[in-house]
Each structure stands twice: as C-alpha cells, then as structure tokens.
Design a protein around this ligand. Structure first.
Ligand code: NDP
Length: 273
C-alpha cells in the first residue's frame, strides 16, 4: 500500500490524515496517510528516511522552507512561493516540490461563488501564507490586488516580487481607506484573538466578501468584525485547508477528489468538538 504523511512540529492536531483518508475512501484509492512529528534539528534526514518507502508528503509549520530546499524540482507556484507544502517522489526517486495552498484558497472561493476575476482584492499580511497564495490569486486576473502588512516593507518586497504577474501594490494598514470587493486575512492576528488594525471603510456594507485563512469552532475575530461592518459574506480557512489537500491528492494520485462532502464532515466535527 502506498505510504503518505504530513511532516510538522507540532503535528498532533493536524486534520490532514483524516482529510486524506476520506479522499482515499471516496475515490477508492488504497493508501496509508499518517501525521509524522519531524525533528526540528534534522528535517532533511527525517524526510529522506521517510522517502525510502513513502510516495508523498505534505509539509506544514515550520518546515515549508526546508522542504523547498530539499526538493530536486519545483513547480512554478512553489518556486514563486519560496515554500513547499507537498512533496512527491517521482519514478526516478527524485523529489518534486509543489505548493497547493493558493490553489486551495482559490478553489474554496470559487466553490463559494466568490468571483476573483475583475475584482479589487485586499490581502492582509506578508508572511508565508500570503506569499503562497499570490500566484494562484493573480492567475485569476483580479482588477487589482493590494498587499497590506503591519510591517509595510514586507508588503513592498512581495508586491515587487509578484509585479510581473498582475496589478499588485503594497500598503501599510493606516493608508487603507477605500473599500475592496474581496478582503482576505492572511495575518496570524486571529491566532492571538487580535484584529489587523485597519479602517472599517475597507468594507462596503452588503458588497464586500471577507475571508479569514484561520478557522475555528466559533467565528474568528476578523470574521466577527467583518460581519459587524455588514460584509456580504464571511468565510473561514477550513475550505482552504481541504482545498490544498485535494490539490495534493490530485498531484499524488492523478484523481481529483470531491472536497465538498469532506469539508462538510470536517465542519460537522469542528462544531461538535
Ligand atoms: P507568518 O508568521 O509567516 O506571518 C504572519 C503575518 O501576520 C505577518 O504578515 C505579520 O505581520 C502578521 N501579523 C501577526 N500578528 C499580527 C497582528 N496582531 N496584527 C496584524 N498583523 C499581524 O504566518 P503564516 O503566513 O504562515 O500564517 C498566517 C495565517 O494563515 C495563520 O493564521 C495560519 O493559520 C493561516 N494559514 C491557513 C492555511 C489554511 O489552509 N487555512 C494555510 C496556511 C496558513 P508582520 O510582518 O508585521 O510581523
């Protein structure tokens, strides 16, 4: 049976094993998938050991940059992201590195009938998650995309790095005044129960859609704020998580699983947990 897993540290709460088991069941694929605690001081040795038998792996915090360096070949989106969340062993034994986070976000937005093409997008944050979603978002041809970060210089670096792909610009939080049609929170502020310090005016009541990459049983602080400002729709990052897993499964197995029933099951468990 082909062996897969997710490398992380910590890894105990990963939902990936469950997602991939549900995908395997749904598509009739025989595979095993487990959560693997990789050592902080020897990711490479651990990964190479796994790939003596393993066929593919997901990679999560804090190893995505190390996985990028480990890969023998990179997909274009992984190269641009500077990070790898999916490794696949090719027939010649070499490792292909991909980054499916952005494709997962785009798939979730489109599944929720949120248009990207021709829209104005505000992307908050400039860390690994934002870097990973920029290429797939720009490939959908938004009218413009503003990257705003607490530390403005990091947003500027990203805007410069992705300028060739579309209408991208950088901003600090305090310069934002005009409304956007789609606002995506890719900061980790919600983890600490905080909000990015942006003006309420970025939301146009009844029109703007807001997306928090974070998720939880209760609405995230960002989505509570957005709903309070009259956002037309708020979405959280559980769909992105399932979406990036579906893209990884496709890369490994050549079959695209249906995310919707798996997302519904995860949501049900999250609400009950
Ligand atoms: P990083 O640590 O790489 O980046 C953190 C970012 O958040 C930086 O831009 C930082 O700004 C900003 N930030 C942190 N605290 C605050 C605050 N209080 N106010 C404003 N900005 C703040 O994290 P990641 O990019 O890896 O992850 C970001 C989020 O995305 C996390 O919540 C993570 O869980 C989520 N995520 C979700 C995924 C999914 O599948 N749903 C996949 C990947 C990530 P500064 O530069 O100024 O420090």
């Amino acid at each position: 049976m082909d062996r897969y897993g997710v490398f992380g540290n910590p890894i105990g709460h990963s939902k990936s094993p469950q997602i991939h088991r549900l995908f395997a069941e749904q598509t009739g694929q025989a595979l095993s998938y487990e959560a693997l605690l990789a050592p902080l001081d020897d990711f490479e040795g651990f990964a190479r050991d796994f790939f003596r038998q393993g066929r593919g792996a997901n990679v999560t915090v804090p190893f995505k940059e190390q996985a990028y360096r480990l890969a023998d070949q990179l997909s274009e989106r992984a190269r641009r992201a500077g990070a790898v969340n999916t490794l696949k062993q090719l027939d010649d034994g070499s490792l292909l590195g991909d980054n499916t986070d952005g494709a997962g976000l785009v798939a979730d937005l489109l599944d929720n009938r949120v248009a990207i093409e021709g829209r104005s997008i505000l992307l908050l944050g400039a860390g690994g998650a934002v870097r990973g979603v920029l290429e797939p978002l720009l490939a959908q041809r938004p009218a413009r995309l503003v990257i705003a970060n607490r530390t403005r210089a990091r947003a500027e670096q990203l805007a410069e790095a992705f300028a060739a792909l579309g209408e991208v610009s950088a901003s600090g939080f305090d310069e934002l005044r005009a409304p956007f049609e789609l606002i995506i929170n890719g900061t980790s502020a919600s983890l600490g129960g905080e909000l990015p310090a942006i003006a309420n005016e970025v939301i146009r009541p009844g029109h703007s859609v807001c997306y928090d990459m974070m998720y939880g049983k209760a609405a995230t602080p960002f989505n509570r704020w957005a709903a309070g400002q009259g956002a037309a729709k708020t979405l959280d990052g559980l769909g992105m998580l399932v979406g990036q897993a579906a893209e990884a499964f496709l890369l490994w197995r050549g079959v695209r699983p249906d995310s919707a029933p798996v997302l519904a099951e995860l949501r049900r468990q999250l609400m009950e947990g």
